[in-house]
Design a protein around this ligand. Structure first.
Ligand SMILES: Cc1ncc(COP(=O)(O)O)c(C=O)c1O
Length: 366
């Protein structure tokens, strides 16, 4: 019998029930493994080459992605693996200019000087930028502006131009958007966010349906040493069964917050793909399964954004997103995104909706 994702995620990657064994075996902490004779005679030889705890978590994610999964030490380690195995001097990269700031920085500071043509393009120019490119990099919904890109149309344009497509799916995750089904060649997820959900680790992965490409990424991981720790992999697997319920609560909270903000005339630029009035809503409805937990808005000035963050009791001022606590930050404090001074990115957590909305209302009152 086939099950829906919300059911599959609860058991994904867990071994068959055997008398007296745990549901999810604990992490295998090892650098070297016992290894007599031929290297090929053992599944596990040295943890930089592979580790059974990663393999179990990769198998769980593979069930959700319907592709091969390669786990990395962080989302950025996954991004670096893909960029550095796909691009060479003379290659061209078409990249969403609103994508995550460290991906842009990696491209500008490490690829451009090595002779890669890095073409940063906005939503309207991305399809044209792909002409003659080797790789199209997009993020949808983007962090932090929540721009929604038509993944199927862009992946098709990339294929026609002879380019591969990677979608950074971190804001949606594997339950709420399936870039490989939409035609992307790779999907990248920072598991640091919703997948972990508890703000206690850094991890990332790439998924693809092409076995040769997956093998090349595994080789890169081994040779570059961009390997996850077994404990992080296990912890993240331990958090996986609750991903669906955490997302349901977080998304309901995000919608309620977005509706509250959109109805106020002292808040502007509210972005949430689940709002019918959002510019990305029609495309998001087509390509997303859920609209996610992140809301972006402009409080008009740095001072008001800082006042809001200081007054809110249930909105913790913090970096990152996707955890069980509602968090937010004034994004321009990082100095690298094209957003106004009062722009706030909020990640809705698992609090009671009425409490969260009431708290946000009181924090906006001054
Ligand atoms: C959209 C997006 N992609 C990639 C990353 C990088 O992930 P990590 O911090 O796990 O390296 C982040 C981190 O914030 C992100 O927001």
């Amino acid at each position: 019998m086939t099950h829906r994702d919300g059911t599959r995620v609860v058991r994904a990657g867990q071994p068959d029930a055997e008398q007296g064994t745990p549901f999810l075996p604990g992490p295998v902490f090892a650098g070297p493994f016992h290894l007599k004779g031929d290297v090929a005679s053992a599944d596990w030889v040295y943890t930089r080459y592979g580790n059974p705890t990663w393999a179990r978590y990769e198998a769980a994610l593979a069930e959700l992605e319907d592709g091969e999964v390669v786990l990395f030490a962080s989302g950025m380690a996954a991004a670096a693996a893909l960029l550095l195995t796909s691009l060479r001097p003379g290659s061209a990269l078409a990249i969403d200019k609103d994508c995550y700031l460290n991906v842009r920085r990696l491209a500008r500071t490490h690829l451009e000087p090595r002779g890669v043509d890095v073409r940063l393009a906005g939503p309207a120019e991305l399809a044209a930028a792909v002409d003659g490119a080797d790789l199209l990099w997009l993020e949808s919904p983007s962090n932090p502006k929540l721009e929604v890109y038509d993944v199927a149309a862009l992946a098709e344009a990339a294929r026609a131009a002879g380019a591969l497509t990677v979608v950074d799916n971190t804001t949606a995750g594997p339950l709420y958007q399936k870039p490989l089904d939409l035609g992307a060649d790779f999907t990248l997820t920072s598991a640091t966010k919703h997948l972990s959900g508890h703000s206690d680790l850094i991890l990332g992965y790439l998924a693809t349906r092409d076995s040769e490409r997956a093998a090349a990424l595994r080789d890169w991981r081994r040779d570059a040493g961009a390997v996850p720790g077994p404990f992080e992999a296990w912890l993240c697997h331990r958090s996986l069964p609750t991903l669906g319920v955490r997302l349901e609560r977080g998304s309901a909270n995000a919608l309620a917050v977005a509706e509250l903000l959109a109805a106020r005339d002292d808040v502007s630029g509210v972005r949430y793909p689940g709002l019918p009035a959002d510019p990305g809503h029609a495309v998001a409805r087509r390509q997303m399964i859920g609209f996610g937990t992140i809301v972006a808005f402009d409080l008009g000035s740095r001072a008001r954004a800082e006042r809001f963050l200081a007054r809110a009791e249930l909105v913790t001022e913090a970096s990152s997103f996707g955890g069980v606590l509602t968090t937010a930050e004034r994004r321009l404090r990082w100095g690298a995104d094209d957003v106004p001074e009062g722009f706030v990115r909020l990640s809705a957590g698992c609090e009671e909706t009425a409490d969260l909305v009431a708290d946000i209302e009181q924090a906006l009152a001054v």
